[in-house]
Ligand binder design. Structure first.
Ligand SMILES: NC(=O)CC[C@H](N)C(=O)O
Length: 425
């Protein structure tokens, strides 16, 4: 088993001029991206391979990362997507019966420039106070020219030249090139599908179609570029079916084509479920805005209230943007006001609320078979409290009726039109 003993210097530079020195980890070189922190104490492999982290440098707040090495079972996609990785005290020696290699070697082989030995508590507090920003990690030849370390001002300039996350349209960069199908699995293997879903891959995690497949659902995963006609062609004429929008990187405000596609799905009353980026695009399709949170939610112990059941669940999050919809009211889809046809999206509630900061964590349409959550019921990594949402989607496809919201939940909210949107974080 290999050990990590690098003493080669590496430097982390933030766009505000903050500098943290450490040792080179993973690949040597330079990388820039948006620096964000994740509070998950486990599941680093799932984090690294989550396509939603494309163009982001991830700081792990847990000090010991890499203890179980790398295995073949846990990746959520075919590659590591994070732009860089920032660690406090990575395992010098990994140990697990599943391990096929070390984290250090894996990051190096996938060319992910990383840094260890950084005071990640300081860094996290800094990002919490000032908000996420662009950053860069520099080591090896990217840090030294002719044996002399480059000026910090030079490194900061390189960081400031990187594109910001606000306005970034990135789903096409991570989406599948070809359509593929995930067949019913487990107890349902070989059986006729319970329902058929067309899942639009905006950066989908492998566990999402797997969770549907283990409920007997056949999932056609289609590229981000799929047209409405492509989607409809894959939906069977008979039997339960629906459309799903996945998680994904970038700013939901830039995903115009996806919003147009989703509106056509909703116009046809096709059952819909969205996760994370999919929740943001559902919000936009309904006519709400989205905005950038100060430092976002990334971790696996975030409490969320499901108002339709009045239950609190502990959930996995990875989002830097959020939907701007009235949290304490039943509202009417703002997009309806702009329409001259007779298709209406009708009333909407914020069905799921983040209990740390009351950020919108889920939307449910009262007059359409459509809902979404901002967090990760596929739970890779993370607790499995939210698995019921996949059952809810199957029920939605089977009944083709809106999610049942008890009267008590609705009366606790203000009627449409009596409040305005709110923004918190
Ligand atoms: N995991 C996701 O789908 C993230 C969505 C979006 N890119 C955000 O940061 O909010």
């Amino acid at each position: 088993m290999s050990t990590t003993t690098s003493t080669e210097p590496a430097v982390l530079v933030l766009e505000d001029g903050t500098v943290a020195r450490g040792t080179a980890y993973g690949a040597r070189g330079a990388t820039v991206g948006e620096i964000v922190f994740s509070t998950g104490m486990t599941g680093y492999q799932e984090t690294l391979t989550d396509p939603s982290y494309h163009r982001q440098i991830v700081v792990m707040t847990a000090p010991h990362i890499g203890n179980t090495g790398i295995n073949a079972d846990d990746p959520e996609s075919h590659r590591i997507w994070v732009a860089g990785y920032v660690l406090r005290d990575p395992a010098r020696r990994h140990s697990s019966w599943r391990a096929t290699g070390s984290l250090d070697e894996e990051l190096a082989s996938q060319d992910v420039v990383s840094i260890a030995g950084v005071d990640t508590r300081f860094l996290t507090r800094h990002l919490r106070e000032l908000g996420v920003m662009r950053a860069g990690i520099f080591s090896g030849d990217a840090l030294f020219t002719d044996g002399v370390e480059r000026d910090v001002a030079d490194l900061v300039a390189e960081v400031r030249a990187a594109p910001p996350m606000a306005g970034a349209d990135l789903a096409r960069e991570v989406s599948t090139a070809e359509t593929y199908t995930v067949e019913p699995a487990g107890d349902f293997a070989g059986a006729d599908p319970v329902a058929t879903v067309v899942a639009v891959d905006l950066g989908i995690k492998a566990m999402t179609p797997a969770r549907l497949a283990e409920r007997g659902v056949r999932v056609h995963v289609v590229p981000q570029s799929a047209t409405f006609e492509d989607v409809v062609a894959l939906l069977p004429e008979d039997g339960p079916s629906g459309v799903f929008f996945s998680n994904g990187p970038g700013d939901p405000a830039a995903a115009t084509a996806e919003v147009d596609l989703l509106r056509r799905v909703l116009d046809r009353r096709i059952p819909f479920f969205g996760i994370c980026f999919g929740n943001q695009l559902f919000g936009r399709a309904l006519g709400y805005g989205t905005y950038k949170l100060g430092y976002g939610h990334r971790g696996i112990n975030q409490p969320v209230l499901d108002r339709t059941t009045d239950k609190v669940e502990v959930t996995a999050h990875n989002h830097g943007f959020a939907v701007d919809a009235p949290v304490e009211a039943v509202s009417t889809a703002p997009h309806d006001d702009e329409r001259d046809d007779d298709t209406r999206y009708g009333r909407v509630i914020v069905s799921h609320v983040g209990l740390n900061d009351r950020v919108v964590e889920g939307l449910t349409a009262l007059d359409l078979p459509a809902f979404s959550v901002q967090y990760h019921p596929e739970a890779a990594a993370g607790p499995h409290d939210s698995a019921y949402l996949f059952d809810r989607f199957v029920e939605l496809m089977t009944t083709r009726r809106p999610v049942h919201v008890p009267d008590a939940a609705l009366t606790a909210l203000t009627a449409p039109g009596t409040t305005t949107g709110e923004k918190e974080n």
